[in-house]
Design a protein around this ligand. Structure first.
Ligand code: GPK
Length: 806
């Protein structure tokens, strides 16, 4: 939009005075932030209203992305950038003498997600608006997002993330007119509806109110505003008498209280199921209602509506959609089923079986009695149909929804939809040949790949403004709106002046991070060192422990030869462990104790530093990622479905140290073998070991003196204060035969790291690699990923009112 600095200053001051009843000289950063957010709301609100009006008038098809996680982080800068007024606002603030950075930091991260899956959902919201597609999000309005992590005595401590704080969510708007009711529990039986059909009668059901809060999703430079709808729970007035005590009310409020409540107890499990059904039912009910306003026949709803099931959490959607179409609107089963399959599609994000949700039939039928009946009917019809088609008994049994007293949610999502996709090429192949192979046998046409992507604007223009200016200097600004222009940089990867510029800007980013490290941990690090970073959820398969083993090896190298040549390294970790994931927490403790040991050893000095940054989150990622020289992507081949931070590191000029897993393989394809460092087993090697069961980690431990020494370091008292954790790790590696093959990959990892050190020593060679990574990272824009979803899965066209610049 067109906005002069003067106009902005005027609007901003007026908002500050009228809405906050404050003046500049006394306003806190938080008050300034709220005033700024309200100023921006005034700018986009007319666009939002117009967008909804046009979509309705033109009867455009809309895709709804159902996800229990959305992880946008801070929205302020994204909204400003996408409206095209980031520079104007910064300039205005400079004139007013306000520190923009301080104000932006007053916004609490919107952390309604755990990691990659939630961040991807948020990226898709941005990209849907940016590409102009009508794609709306549907999720939950948790009071508490992902826990806040503190490190105390080296241990992870979890604190509630009270992200609403005192200012709430400044971007949301409550939408009373779309309130719906959601039913749980009770009994249900069928009775004659009088028109030859049956209708369900409920008794003793609990009725809860679903209240939508809409959060606008602004497109980059195109005036498009899409909607992310988050549902909150309330007690309907007419049922208030049923909840006489505060505890009664709290049990209801729990449904939207916390992201992922502990599901290790039965009570926790029930709550989780209620959350999932709550947002799915509320979302689908309003979707059907707004479709019907178009005046089109319900059995053809698939022409105007797509519903995407992000992972198995909203996978009750096909059954709930059937319930709505049949019970509430009287459709025949076959028409409803035809519509449902055409509307629904599903993304799988992992081959780890624990993430494919299953519910005990007893619990499911208790919480959702009518939906359970429908699921059983879907399942019986499915089995009969497969059998009629001549599919063998075993395949049918393996793909059924209800089996061994469990409801298999992934199976419901696949059977009830028309599309299943994995999130990187290798992951989709694994789904076809292993995890979902029986489904691939019966419905190969449903399977397709959609490699993940990232919002390039956040990781360059917002997180790395210095880098962005350097890119501008060499190839102009075109890449900011057409990321594929980044490829022009390939021409300059060997230009010594360009190399010097890109080196310089990386050094500045490293210095910013070094300052933060010093402030928050007290550890001094030098930017002369290689910044080697592993940031992601803490999980055994991601193998942070392999990184730790390499650090221990380096520690011994220096201790053995203190005067030897050594390229200094700073190892930086950021990772949250699931509260109930004991082993992951032990690794956090080990990293912190190892860091203490190394950082306080004078003989080691600046040669080696280890830093664990607490509370890793999107806003911290924006500081860390642009400062990295090395991106650690070292999962056991086959286990990391895709990874997305790998793409962010690539785009900001880090060199990837990787196994051939997830999207690392596609990064390698883009940059070529010489501009990435690959090590370790391939997925076929891993599967061969599974088939032959020939892996024996103790054999490696006994025969390799380096590995022997590194593994012993966990238990021989070298690292103080972690005897228990050290022996857990020893047991995992040796006694329990090293499930993730760390010992097998260790030697090749060490060699790869040595190779990388040599590459770094040759600055021209290193900068060639770094810049080649930036230049070819356009492949991973989520704008293109979402275009593929829109065209190939959802069958969307660009809305007829089109893309207009503002
Ligand atoms: C996968 F199954 C899950 C999950 O529960 N949470 C989650 O963040 C991640 N993921 C994968 O682990 C990543 O490889 C992938 O890039 C990301 O989802 C997005 O697809």
């Amino acid at each position: 939009m067109e906005l002069t600095t003067e106009q902005f200053i005027h609007d901003f001051e007026l908002t500050l005075n009228e809405q906050q009843q404050t003046i500049l000289s006394t306003a806190t950063p938080s008050e300034l932030f709220v005033a700024l957010a309200h100023t921006i709301r005034q700018y986009y609100t007319p666009l939002w209203i117009e967008r909804n009006k046009k979509l309705q008038e033109n009867k455009d098809k809309i895709a709804y992305y159902f996800s229990v996680e959305f992880l946008p982080g801070r929205m302020l800068e994204t909204n400003l950038l996408n409206l095209g007024i980031l520079d104007v606002v910064k300039e205005g603030f400079a004139q007013l003498g306000i520190d923009f950075t301080q104000v932006k930091q007053a916004e609490h991260d919107m952390a309604l997600g755990n990691g990659g899956l939630g961040r991807l959902a948020a990226a898709f919201m941005d990209s849907l608006a940016t590409t102009g597609y009508a794609g709306f999000g549907n999720g939950l309005r948790y009071k508490y997002g992902l826990f806040k992590q503190r490190i105390v005595n080296g241990y992870q401590v979890e604190l509630p993330d009270a992200w609403f704080g005192s200012i709430g969510n400044v971007w949301e708007t409550r939408k009373d007119h779309d309130i719906v009711d959601v039913r749980f529990f009770g009994n249900v039986y069928m009775t004659d509806a009088g028109n030859g059909k049956l209708k369900p009668v409920y008794s003793d059901a609990q009725v809860l109110r679903a209240v939508p809060y809409d959060v606008p999703q602004l497109g980059y430079g195109n005036g498009v505003v899409n909607n992310l709808r988050l549902w909150d729970v309330e007690i309907p007035e007419e049922y208030e008498l049923s909840y006489p005590t505060i505890e009664d009310r709290r049990r209801v409020e729990d449904i939207t209280a916390v992201l992922y409540p502990d599901d290790s107890s039965d009570e926790g499990k029930k709550l989780r199921l209620m959350q999932e059904y709550f947002m799915t039912s509320a979302g689908l009910q309003t979707i059907v209602k707004s479709y019907l306003k178009l005046g089109l026949p319900l059995e053809r709803i698939y022409e105007k509506v797509s519903v995407h099931i992000n992972d198995t959490h909203p996978a009750v959607a096909p059954a709930e959609f059937m319930r709505i179409l049949i019970d509430e609107y009287g459709l025949e089963w076959d028409d409803a089923w035809n519509a449902t399959q055409k509307v629904m599609s599903y993304t799988n994000h992992t081959i780890l079986s624990e993430a494919l949700e299953k519910w005990h039939t007893g619990l499911f039928a208790h919480v959702l009695p009518r939906v359970y009946q429908i699921i059983v009917e879907i399942d019986n019809r499915y089995a009969a149909q497969m059998s009629a088609q001549g599919v063998d008994y075993e395949t049918i049994e393996n793909t059924r929804i209800v089996r061994n007293n469990q409801v298999h949610m992934a199976h419901l999502a696949i059977i009830g939809g028309h599309s299943v996709n994995g999130v990187a090429q290798i992951h989709t192949e694994l789904l076809k040949e292993d995890t979902l192979r029986d489904f691939y046998k019966v419905s190969p046409e449903k399977f397709n790949n959609k490699t993940n992507g990232i919002v390039q604007r956040r990781w360059t223009q917002i997180a790395a403004p210095g880098l962005s200016k350097t890119i501008d200097k060499w190839i102009g600004q075109g890449w900011r709106s057409d990321i594929h222009e980044l490829r022009k940089l390939n021409e300059y990867v060997d230009n010594s002046q360009a190399q010097a510029d890109f080196w310089e800007v990386k050094q500045l980013a490293k210095q910013r991070l070094a300052d933060y490290i010093e402030q928050t941990t007290g550890v001094h690090v030098t930017t002369d060192a290689i910044f080697d970073v592993q940031v992601k959820r803490l999980h055994a398969y991601k193998r942070q422990l392999l990184n730790v083993m390499h650090i221990i090896k380096l520690y011994w190298d220096i201790k053995d030869n203190p005067e030897g040549e050594f390229t200094p390294r700073v190892f930086i970790f950021g990772a949250k462990a699931a509260p109930g994931y004991h082993f992951a927490k032990s690794i956090i403790k080990i990293i912190n104790e190892l860091a203490n040991l190394i950082n306080n050893d004078e003989q080691i000095g600046d040669k080696l530093k280890v830093v664990f940054l607490e509370n890793y989150r999107v806003s911290l990622a924006e500081l860390i990622i642009p400062a990295a020289n090395v991106s650690e992507q070292i999962s056991l081949a086959s286990k990391e479905a895709s990874g997305t931070s790998n793409m962010k590191f690539m785009m900001t000029g880090a060199v990837t140290m990787a196994t051939l897993d997830g999207a690392n393989i596609e990064i390698k394809d883009e940059v070529g073998d010489d501009n990435i460092v690959i090590f370790g087993m391939t997925k076929d090697d891993v599967y061969n070991h599974y088939a032959t069961r020939d892996y024996y980690s103790r054999g490696i431990y006994d025969n390799d003196p380096v590995i022997h020494r590194v593994v012993n370091t966990f238990v021989d008292g070298t690292i103080p204060n972690c005897q228990r954790e050290g022996s857990e790790i020893f047991d995992a590696l040796i006694t329990y035969n090293d499930e993730y093959f760390l010992l097998q990959d260790f030697t090749s990892y060490v060699e790869a790291q040595e190779h990388l050190t040599q590459l770094y020593a040759d600055r021209a060679r290193w900068m060639h690699m770094s810049m080649t990574n930036i230049a070819n990272s356009d492949k991973f824009t989520s704008d293109d990923t979402i275009r593929q979803y829109a065209q190939e899965i959802w069958n969307l066209s660009l809305p007829s009112h089109g893309k207009h610049r503002i």
